[in-house]
Design a protein around this ligand. Structure first.
Ligand code: PEP
Ligand code: MN
Length: 288
């Protein structure tokens, strides 16, 4: 395989660019428990921000599955701004994810924040999520790169696309080829949304890399009413999938309730997404 050499900024950096599109011009398809991510079909990942209880996870997961979601999301370890906010159920949350995965057949994506938890989270989750705040946690990237479980790497909220791709490079260079990129909004001066969803990043990442690119319009906006517009825009711009927060009762959510879709919103949005997918020559992945 031919390696590309890069020299950027004032400091020359040399080395392979395993993330480069030229490494796999056809595009990489990451297989997650039989769900192909990065192919012609668009994959919708949805679920609560945090795992809160068996009832909450199980009811929400059924809503996700019944409306055509293909992967269940839910955090057991939550990176909260305040140490006094709900931190997640930890190990108990992982067990609930395992249980609900068994009940619904949905593969699971869940965040890992600590190098010491990578193996444990990988026991229950089909995809290890590395959150925005940990995008440049290099020991964590290396540990995830040493595992052979697919990684959903979210863009750091203050990371340039170049820095983001080097973070992905850490994982690939350790031998884990299964990285899914996720644009989730960046910090700008704009305060009417929680973050500014960088839709430019979608075609740029698709052009620069062979990795699947998905979009998180929930954290990217912070408001449930904005999620459908940005989800539709993401698919129109070429995203391979979406990661969205849905809660069976957002008023009771212990985390990010204001951006969680109601079950009926999610159903309506899935209908709209089917039309957008068809308009760009794709379809929404339907579990067999
Ligand atoms: C999440 O998806 O649960 C999350 C915390 O997102 P981010 O890392 O993008 O803030
Ligand atoms: Mn959240």
């Amino acid at each position: 395989m031919e390696m590309e050499t890069v020299a950027t900024h004032s400091e020359p950096r040399t080395g392979p660019r395993l993330t480069s599109r030229s490494m796999n011009p056809e595009g990489t398809v990451v297989n997650v428990g039989g769900v192909p991510i990065g192919g012609k079909e668009i994959v919708v990942m949805a679920g609560p921000c945090a795992v809160e209880s068996l009832e909450q996870l199980s009811v929400t997961a059924r809503i996700v599955r019944d409306h055509g979601g293909a992967v269940l999301r839910g955090g057991a370890f939550k990176p909260r701004t305040s140490p006094y906010s709900f931190q997640g159920l930890g190990e108990e949350g992982l067990k609930l994810l395992g249980q609900v995965k068994g009940e619904t057949g949905l593969p699971v994506v869940s965040e890992v924040m600590d190098t010491r938890e990578v193996e444990n989270v990988a026991k229950y989750a089909d995809i290890l999520q590395i959150g925005s705040r940990n995008m440049q946690n290099f020991p964590l990237l290396k540990e995830a790169g040493d595992s052979r479980v697919p990684v959903l790497l979210k863009r750091g909220m203050m990371a340039t696309i170049e820095e983001y791709l080097f973070a992905a490079e850490y994982i690939l260079s350790r031998g884990n080829p299964s990285v899914i990129l996720c644009e989730r909004g960046i910090r700008t001066f704009e305060s009417s949304t929680r973050f500014t969803l960088d839709l430019n990043a979608i075609p740029i990442l698709k052009h620069e890399t062979h990795l699947p690119v998905i979009v998180d319009p929930s954290h990217g906006t912070g408001h449930r009413w904005l999620v459908p517009s940005m989800a539709r825009a993401a698919l129109a711009a070429g995203a391979d999938g979406l990661l969205m927060e849905v809660h069976y009762c957002p008023e009771d959510a212990l985390c990010d309730g204001t951006q969680a879709l109601y079950p009926e919103d999610f159903g309506k949005l899935m209908e709209e997404l089917r039309k957008i997918a068809a308009a760009v020559g794709r379809s929404i992945y339907v579990p067999a």
